[in-house]
Design a protein around this ligand. Structure first.
Ligand code: EPS
Length: 383
């Protein structure tokens, strides 16, 4: 499955086209809209989320609640567009007073202006905005619907916001996803969640913003997805690129990740046992479900590190691109913290990569054929 998106943050709408979708995936509007709603939640989000109620309008590729195997096009309207029709007009003359001339350190503003030769950071920031991730989440919901047919589920939780950390990692196999969904910081532990909220409150008061760390997990995966034979088959690389493509993500780890670098080999890998009835069993999952660029049948565990959002109400120093004088970086309405939302976006990116690997291994034309091939594969492995 592949997707492309279009749309500016304060333009009329976001657009997604998803291609290479197998036929016959059962899907309903709520599958897409509930993920869009999950992305909008989260303690620390700004005023924009009170304006928007993201919903997808499907234009093609789905008939009577099943994918046709044709490209799926959908749009998500921007309610805020009504407030931006002058500044974001498609035609006519620019509004000179609305130009953004003090690039924000950490945002795409300055490098983007230099890149395309613009004197208005809005030409760049409108598209660099993480608003675009709503379109990705809609695409990801289609990947997730295919994975559901393959017996796979993808979820996420937050383990760190600023200096507030969830100390004890939870086992994805025993994770209570419903509790995470009711937490406004996507944290399964209420004491840690309270620390995270307090950190966000303190940041808001100080005119600051905060980043953090989230975990995405996928369970029900068969071993052997991805590949060891070529660089571009390796699932670590594909998943890493997908998560790093999300705005503000600066780091990705699989399983015990960077910690593995400091351990002896005997404490870095996952010993293999055979148990009749269960097959090959691991008692640890330090690898995070990936060995040799492939799934190994254990839960996939990916951590993503998000930097703090660059828009600061107490801004860093910048330079006015007209006068070259030192000025405060521009302020825009923004979020204090969007780590819970980024976790939902990362689920979508991971779901799309995993759905693609299922289509590669089990045939991408029809979900019924895929299920048949998957069952044959599972039967062979069991033998
Ligand atoms: C976002 C919408 C944006 C921001 C945020 C993500 O809305 P607005 O710019 O109108 O307030 O809240 O974008 C950024 C943090 C960013 O740096 O661009 C959304 O829908 O997720």
């Amino acid at each position: 499955m592949r997707y492309t998106t279009a749309g500016e943050s304060h333009g009329r709408a976001l657009v997604t086209i998803v291609t290479d979708v197998p036929a016959g995936i059962p899907l309903n509007a709520a599958d897409i809209d509930s993920d869009l709603a999950r992305r909008q939640r989260g303690y620390g989000r700004g005023g924009r989320m009170e304006i928007e109620t993201d919903k997808a309008t499907v234009l093609s590729g789905i008939r009577f609640g099943r994918t046709l195997g044709t490209p799926i096009a959908l749009t998500i309207g921007n309610r805020d567009w009504d407030n931006w029709t002058d500044v974001m007009s498609t035609w006519g003359e620019p509004v000179e007073s609305a130009r953004v001339t003090a690039p924000r350190p950490g945002h795409a503003d300055l490098a983007g202006m230099l890149k395309i030769g613009s004197r208005d950071a809005r030409d760049i920031l409108e598209r660099a905005s993480a608003r675009e991730t709503a379109a990705r989440v809609a695409a990801g919901a289609i990947g997730r619907a295919l994975l559901r047919e393959m017996g796979v589920s993808v979820s996420s939780y937050v383990v760190r916001i600023g200096d507030a950390v969830l100390a004890d990692e939870i086992d994805p196999r025993s994770m209570d996803a419903s509790h995470i969904e009711t937490s406004d910081v996507r944290c399964p532990d209420e004491a840690a969640a309270a620390r995270m909220r307090a950190a966000i409150d303190a940041a808001r008061t100080a005119g600051e913003s905060l980043g953090g760390v989230f975990v995405v997990t996928a369970t029900g995966l068969v071993p052997g997805l991805g590949g060891y034979a070529q660089a571009d088959q390796r699932l670590d690389a594909r998943l890493g690129a997908a998560v790093l493509s999300i705005p503000a993500i600066k780091g990705v780890e699989f399983g015990d990740g960077f910690e593995l670098a400091g351990r002896p080999g005997s404490l870095a890998h996952d010993a293999i046992r055979y148990e009749s009835g269960s097959g090959f069993v691991r008692d640890t999952n330090r690898a995070g479900g990936l060995e040799g660029g492939m799934t190994n049948g254990e839960p996939l565990v990916i951590r993503g590190a998000m930097k703090p959002i660059p828009t600061l109400m107490t801004p860093l120093a910048s330079v006015d691109i007209d006068t070259l004088a030192s000025v405060d970086a521009s302020r825009e309405r923004s979020d204090v913290c969007a780590v819970p939302a980024a976790a939902v976006v990362a689920e979508a990116e991971v779901a799309l990569v995993l759905a693609t690997t299922y289509a590669e291994k089990f045939g991408g034309d029809s979900v019924a054929d895929m299920r048949g091939a998957l069952d044959a594969y599972l039967a062979r492995i069991a033998r």
